[in-house]
Write a protein that binds this ligand. Structure first.
Ligand SMILES: Nc1nc2c(ncn2[C@@H]2O[C@H](COP(=O)(O)OP(=O)(O)OP(=O)(O)O)[C@@H](O)[C@H]2O)c(=O)[nH]1
Ligand SMILES: [Zn+2]
Length: 375
């Protein structure tokens, strides 16, 4: 009997979908999402026709990048805010423009729609939520995102944070050793996400700074801001503070390079936990576990992210990787084959430029590793 009811519901749902598809107001993304919703509802979750009807009327549109938008939200009853942190869909901190904090959950249908993206709501998201009392609420809508950083996790896109102007990519001169290949991966993702990049090399107190000049100079010539810092000794902190002032900055980098220490130095009193403290208490590394937006008192905000060991790239196609290796550009047109991937082909002008020292060999090695799917 229950089976019969589910079948009826599925048919009604499908008919409705076909009708709307014909009228052309559903994008391919939303059709996929509806398929998934269908599957879920044909399973255990649906409680009755009323609920199905509610879903049907709520689901209206999806933007091309898959960000779902629920058009029929009662905007007058909602507040706007920015997500400070999101630990799963039931635990989001949202800040309104007047500085009030709300502890929000995410409307179930929105979660279902965005399930495939694995990131229904992330730090930095601009949302519309229905307040419940003074400090709680339900997120009804996530505005289309810009300025994102993503990575792949179990084959799915994992948006780390949204709506930033720039990414601060932190590496350390030592402990752990600087990993240019990781920086190069970040550069591709940040470029793809539309973020300006600042490369920060921290812990310069641990090495001879002149040894870092060639690599700093190389990234500088490629057009990235480069800043050398020592969070413990204060070196370069004023420069970094100026670069962050008034902007929305996403902070990323390997674990232990000093991201939290740098933020504490930029804004004294911030009190971000640093790895040394947790190591003493025996809790090991990866101190920053939650991606969190922190307003800066002098204007702007930073989004601190957990350290990332392996930064896999999301859905990058060959042409895109090439686009973010900006120094390849003058040579690409000179390759013998117009679709040259600059890996195995003969008469490749990019490879020739590497041999002649006009492209840094470690940059070319990073490129080859990314193209071969190595992480
Ligand atoms: N010598 C030196 N040590 C530093 C510097 N900055 C940070 N450290 C130390 O490096 C360790 C890691 O610092 P964190 O600030 O926790 O690093 P993190 O990048 O935030 O680490 P995760 O939270 O795991 O991502 C701590 O023991 C810091 O004291 C620096 O400029 N010089
Ligand atoms: Zn080539």
């Amino acid at each position: 009997m229950a089976g019969k009811r589910k079948k009826k519901i599925r048919v009604a749902f499908r008919k409705n979908r076909q009708k709307r598809t014909r009228s052309g107001d559903l994008t391919r993304q939303i059709r996929n999402d509806l398929d998934e919703l269908d599957q879920i509802e044909s399973g255990e979750r649906i409680s009755g026709k009323g609920e199905l009807t509610r879903h049907r009327t709520i689901i209206a549109d999806a933007d091309e990048d898959g960000t779902a938008v629920l058009r029929q939200v009662d905007e007058a009853a909602c507040l706007r805010g920015r997500v400070r942190s999101a630990i799963g869909a039931n635990n989001c901190q949202v800040e309104t423009p007047d500085g009030s904090l709300y502890h929000c959950t995410v409307r179930r249908v929105l979660r279902t729609l965005l399930r495939q993206a694995r990131s229904p709501v992330v730090a930095g998201d601009l949302v519309l939520f229905q307040p419940e009392g003074d400090s709680k609420g339900v997120i009804e809508r996530v505005e289309p995102r810009h300025g994102t950083l993503s990575r792949v996790s179990r084959g799915l896109e994992h948006v780390i944070a949204a709506n930033s102007d720039q990414a601060l990519i932190v590496g350390s001169a030592a402990e752990p050793q600087l990993k240019p290949s990781l920086i190069d991966r970040f550069l591709v993702s940040a470029g793809k996400g539309g973020l300006h990049v600042i490369i920060c090399i921290n812990k310069v107190d641990l090495t001879d700074a002149t040894a870092l000049q060639p690599i700093a100079g190389m990234y500088g010539r490629l057009g990235y801001d480069v800043v050398m810092t020592s969070a413990t000794e204060g070196h370069g902190v004023d420069h970094l503070r100026r670069l962050l002032h008034g902007r929305q900055t996403l902070v990323a980098g390997q674990s232990g390079v000093g991201k939290s220490s740098l933020l504490n130095a930029v804004q004294p009193g911030l009190g971000r936990a640093i790895s040394g403290v947790s190591r003493d208490s025996g809790k090991g590394r990866h101190t920053t576990r939650v991606t969190e937006l922190i307003p800066l008192t002098e204007g702007g905000s930073v989004i601190d992210t957990p350290g990332i060991r392996q930064f896999e790239l999301w859905d990058v196609i060959a042409e895109e990787v090439e686009a973010w290796f900006v120094e390849f550009r003058p040579f690409v047109a000179l390759c013998r084959f117009p679709d040259c991937s600059h890996t195995h082909e003969a008469d490749c002008a990019v490879k020739q430029a590497v041999v002649e020292g006009r492209i840094a060999s470690h940059r070319f090695e990073s490129y080859v590793r990314i193209m071969s799917g190595d992480s």
